[in-house]
Structure formats: C-alpha cells, structure tokens
Design a protein around this ligand. Structure first.
Ligand SMILES: [Ca+2]
Ligand SMILES: [Ca+2]
Length: 151
C-alpha cells in the first residue's frame, strides 16, 4: 500500500517536475514535457544538450504526438532533430529508450527512411509534410528535447 501511494504521488507531480524554469512546456493529455531549442547543432551535440536538461531528443512515435508538436513548432523553414536513429543497426531506427520506430509507422514522410548518402538520424521536416525523415547526423538543425521523469 505504501508503494502504491508513493507511485500515485509521483505521477501527480509529473507536471510539477517539468522544468518550466528552463522554458519547457507540459502537455497534460500526453503527459509530455518538451522544449524546442532554436540552436543549430548536429544530432550528437543536440542529444548532449537534452541530456544536460535530464532529457533526451524527443520521441515522436505517434501521429497524435507529431501533430501536437507541429502545432507548436510554427517555423516551417526549420527542420528539427528527434531521437530516432539507426546508428547501431542500419535500417533499424531506435529511440533512446531502446524501442524501435517501425518502418511502416505513419510518422515517416513519403519514401523515408531512404539512407540517402548514409543518413542515420531522424528529423521532423516541414517540407516533407511535417513528417519524419532520416538525415545526416552531422547536419546542424534546431531540435526538440523531451524531459524524462525518472520514476
Ligand atoms: Ca541509415
Ligand atoms: Ca532521408
């Protein structure tokens, strides 16, 4: 019973734990805490910035979350790093938590992923219908961090 009560308290505090002082926004419907960074960084450096904020590059594995993010990322001239990458196994895109982004997930843009010229990191690309594609990890893009509540 003690453990159950503690768990409920932590869940209720998820919003409170979202670091709004760093500029993060909390979206209650998805229990989602995120920040769009307007800095041009390669994927690795961007992931490091997110980790420094106790987060990770954003996980966007549902259309609901992609559409929500697109409504808050209004600059359609920028592409935005997400966490998915196939650096470990070519063609298998994983998020930071080890889950896989299936190649038939509807968040992928048309004809993506295509590994064009060796692309291992995924971005949200407005010019591609606001969907996801793989890009060169060394490209410098804006990026989105997701705060991870550690239970
Ligand atoms: Ca690749
Ligand atoms: Ca691509």
């Amino acid at each position: 019973m003690q453990r159950f009560v503690a768990r409920i308290e932590i869940l209720c505090n998820a919003e409170k734990r979202c670091p709004k002082s760093l500029g993060y926004t909390y979206e209650k419907s998805m229990d989602f805490c995120y920040l769009v960074h307007g800095q041009w960084l390669n994927w690795f450096t961007a992931q490091g910035v997110c980790a420094g904020e106790r987060g990770q590059l954003v996980k966007v594995d549902t259309m609901e979350k992609l559409i929500y993010l697109n409504s808050s990322v209004t600059d359609n001239t920028k592409n935005y790093w997400t966490g998915a990458n196939d650096q470990v196994i070519e063609g298998t895109f994983e998020w930071r938590d080890g889950t896989v982004l299936a190649n038939d997930n509807e968040v992928w843009g048309l004809n993506q992923p295509d590994d064009w010229g060796g692309e291992d990191c995924c971005e949200i690309k407005p010019a591609l219908g606001w969907k996801i594609q793989d890009d060169n990890c060394g490209s410098t893009l804006w990026f989105i961090c997701e705060y991870v509540v550690l239970y």
